[in-house]
Ligand binder design. Structure first.
Ligand code: SF4
Ligand code: FES
Length: 366
């Protein structure tokens, strides 16, 4: 029997999707800004969604049969499309206003520690605040503080940064044999914690780092070692008997700083070449930190809007000559060669020929 298709119009663009598709996934089919942001929904995790409310949309027409609009904004990750439905996302002032409110709520207790947070540069909350946040806060109370929990030898929890999206809980539940952490307490006291401080030592538990949309769960083998935008992501693989072995290496020169699963355009873990979700094991993630452990497939595709793309060198771009610009069109009379007076940046090193950021070892061998 052929699949029943429903027509849905989102921000004036019509798509056909199978019955049972959520508004969020229909919008993702259109792509770009039409797709609402999602901080808790994760297509690879059953039961995810419905927690953060960032994906709210306005349903201006319920369906062809019942065209009445829905009175309240709805969570697009939890609402399925109807035939003839009309949805407004970025074309609705109500949605943009509500989203700004949701971001303000998410940031109530979130510390402004982006300058020292390892997630900076790839943080979904940072992107969301940039697009929908306000400059100041109206919150007048003390932010929440927590007792520190140590989540084993590989993972560090910063509970102050957690937005309680439950993604890590679903990951541990659905990917490992034994779940040892969850959300304890409720409301303002709710927190991610391991029961009686047990460490999470499952082979696949490192994946909680990849699903965490903020910097609440970080990789202890990478913490404070580098900023993500100074590292270059490359796709690589190895034969692994536990997982697909298909990863992204975050490198600087020949040094592997971090290993993560490969991500798609929505920031979710991509499917591997075997068709299954590309979850990776702890061995690949934490123990294989030498370039010789891997077969490099090539540079990863990075969104050009991402801050990571600023330091991402897929091809050499010759810098624009700016001297004439800053001198209002006049040519300079005299150039001073800095090397006459300084040992800095030795002229024998041609920085513009490097296909990556320069680092100290480029100068060390001179
Ligand atoms: S630790 Fe991260 S993944 Fe887990 S609930 Fe908090 S924000 Fe979500
Ligand atoms: S993504 Fe829909 S409620 Fe969080």
């Amino acid at each position: 029997m052929s699949e029943q298709l429903f027509k849905v119009t989102i921000d004036n663009i019509t798509v056909e999707v199978p019955a049972g598709t959520t508004i969020l996934n229909a919008a993702r089919k259109i792509g770009g800004e039409v797709a609402p942001p999602a901080m808790c929904y994760y297509s690879k995790l059953q039961g995810s969604g419905g927690k953060c409310r960032t994906c709210l949309v306005e349903v201006a027409k319920g369906s062809e049969k019942d065209p009445r609009p829905m009175p309240k904004l709805v969570a697009s990750c939890r609402t399925t499309v109807m035939d003839g439905m009309e949805v407004k996302n970025i074309t609705s002032d109500r949605v943009l206003d509500a989203r700004a409110g949701v971001v303000e709520f998410l940031l109530l207790n979130h510390p402004l520690d982006c300058p020292i947070c390892d997630q900076a540069g790839e943080c979904h909350l940072q992107d969301l605040s940039y697009e929908h946040g306000k400059v100041g806060t109206r919150y007048e109370f003390q932010r929440r503080t927590f007792k520190k929990h140590d989540l084993g030898k590989y993972i560090q929890l910063h509970m102050t940064r957690c937005i309680l999206c439950y993604r890590c809980v679903f990951t541990a539940d659905q990917l490992t044999q034994k779940r040892e952490h969850g959300v304890l307490d409720r409301g303002d006291h709710a927190e991610i914690a391991t029961h009686i401080e047990k460490s999470l030592e499952n082979d696949f538990i490192g994946n909680v780092i990849d699903v965490c949309p903020v910097g609440a769960l970080t990789d202890k083998t990478f913490r404070f070692k580098n900023r993500v935008w100074f590292t270059k992501p490359v796709d690589a693989h190895r034969n692994c008997d536990k997982c697909c072995g298909e990863v992204q290496l975050w490198m600087r020169g020949d040094e592997v700083f971090r290993v993560t699963a490969r991500k798609d355009e929505w920031g979710e873990i991509k499917d591997a070449s075997n068709g299954k979700t590309g979850w990776i094991c702890n061995d690949c993630r934490f123990e294989k930190k030498k370039a010789s452990d891997w077969v490099i497939d090539g540079p990863s595709k990075v969104s050009r809007h991402s801050v990571i793309s600023q330091g991402h060198y897929e091809k050499l771009v010759k810098p624009k000559e700016t001297v004439v610009d800053v001198m209002n069109g006049s040519q300079p009379h005299l150039f001073l060669d800095i090397h006459d007076v300084s040992e800095v940046n030795k002229p024998t090193v041609t920085l513009s020929a490097l296909d990556r950021p320069a680092h100290s070892t480029d100068f060390g061998n001179q």
